[in-house]
Design a binder for this molecule. Structure first.
Ligand SMILES: Cc1cc2nc3c(=O)[nH]c(=O)nc-3n(C[C@H](O)[C@H](O)[C@H](O)COP(=O)(O)O)c2cc1C
Length: 326
């Protein structure tokens, strides 16, 4: 079984990838999408979204990072995909899932699913432009308004020569509302012979087990669940091997927050480094009640030094509790 960390625009950047892959269990990452419209983008755009390109295309823990491209014009998407490969991307991923209005209005993301032929043509153009040793993977939803043409879409992607297909088991219309229709992934698996990766609504190891049973997929992609519970990939991987590993508790998470904030300050404008931290706490609080308390304390702070002090104190206060509990 392989576990992929989902691309999440504005949430999982290279600092988050570094942190999450350091905890183990993740076999591959995908960047936030590089949006292309009518031209070949300069290398700096790719390097900004994927600084790992300058480090062998992997995170510090050695996990490969595929560069995701989103666009609607086959030739332009293909040229940009070739550039990503030239810059050292270990793989290129195509986004046919983004539901954002601004993106769909400019002919990118899930809107392309309305026309399975276009999905095929874009994928084929990219496959032709990217050297054969570089995988071209596709990430799709089940459709735009409905899933009527989903199998045509999947077959077109396979015929275009994609290496793998990740299916977020919802239409664009479904947005992010549960459930995810894992059974539709099983239908695609039957219809095509390329490896299929199941995605959507995996929040704990039991979900992973059920998703694999229903979708008939070996491999999974995990998104929001990992932000809520950073050791989710490690727990699922251990379950798959028939081993048990201890879950992370809040005293393990508190120092990660400090590390994340330090990475954010190192790479971005210090004034904005608090926002991603607050955003992560919002995810974490659905699993760790302590994250709610910390969020309440951090949410009004702007000064990065004050935030760092709070996080340092919090990590220190949390650590002894772990020792006494042990
Ligand atoms: C905030 C956010 C940003 C996302 N950004 C991307 C993206 O850039 N590219 C992409 O293919 N999917 C993106 N997705 C979709 C996720 O990769 C994933 O398919 C979806 O969240 C379902 O998986 P999950 O239930 O495990 O979160 C995004 C989802 C969210 C919630």
């Amino acid at each position: 079984m392989r576990l992929m960390l989902a691309p999440m625009e504005g949430v999982i950047d290279h600092t988050m990838r570094e942190l999450l892959t350091s905890l183990g269990g993740v076999d591959r990452c995908v960047t936030e999408f590089v949006r292309v419209s009518d031209r070949l983008l300069p290398p700096r755009v790719f390097r900004r979204l994927c600084p790992e390109l300058d480090h062998g295309g992997t995170t510090a823990s050695g996990v490969p990072v595929y560069v995701q491209i989103l666009g609607g014009v086959p030739q332009v998407v293909a040229e940009n995909a070739a550039r990503a490969a030239e810059l050292g991307a270990p793989g290129v991923d195509l986004n046919f899932g983004c539901p954002a209005k601004t993106v769909n209005r400019s002919d990118g993301g899930s809107i392309i699913l309305r026309d399975p032929q276009r999905v095929h043509d874009i994928t084929a153009a990219v496959r032709n432009a990217v050297p054969l040793h570089v995988p071209v993977t596709v990430k799709t939803r089940l459709g735009y308004d409905d899933k009527e043409r989903f199998l045509d879409i999947a077959r077109g992607i396979a015929a275009a020569g994609a290496t793998e297909l990740t299916i977020h088991a919802r239409t664009k219309r479904h947005g992010y509302r549960p459930p995810a229709y894992w059974e539709d992934i099983a239908a695609a698996r039957e219809a095509v012979s390329l490896p299929v990766i199941a995605n959507g609504e995996i929040w704990n190891p039991q979900d992973a087990l059920r998703c694999r049973q229903v979708s008939h997929c070996e491999d999974l992609m995990l998104g929001r669940g990992v932000l809520c519970r950073p050791d989710l990939p490690r727990l699922i991987a251990a379950m798959d091997r028939g081993e048990s590993v201890a879950s992370l508790h809040w005293p393990d998470i508190a120092p990660l927050l400090l590390r994340f904030f330090a990475l954010q300050r190192e790479h971005y404008d210090a004034g904005h480094a608090g926002n991603p931290l607050k955003q992560w706490l919002v995810y974490l609080r659905s699993y760790f009640p302590q994250a709610s308390l910390l969020f309440a304390r951090v949410k009004r702070l702007r000064d990065p030094d004050e935030i760092a002090t709070l996080l340092t104190e919090h990590a220190a206060q949390t650590a002894p509790a772990q020792q006494s509990a042990a």
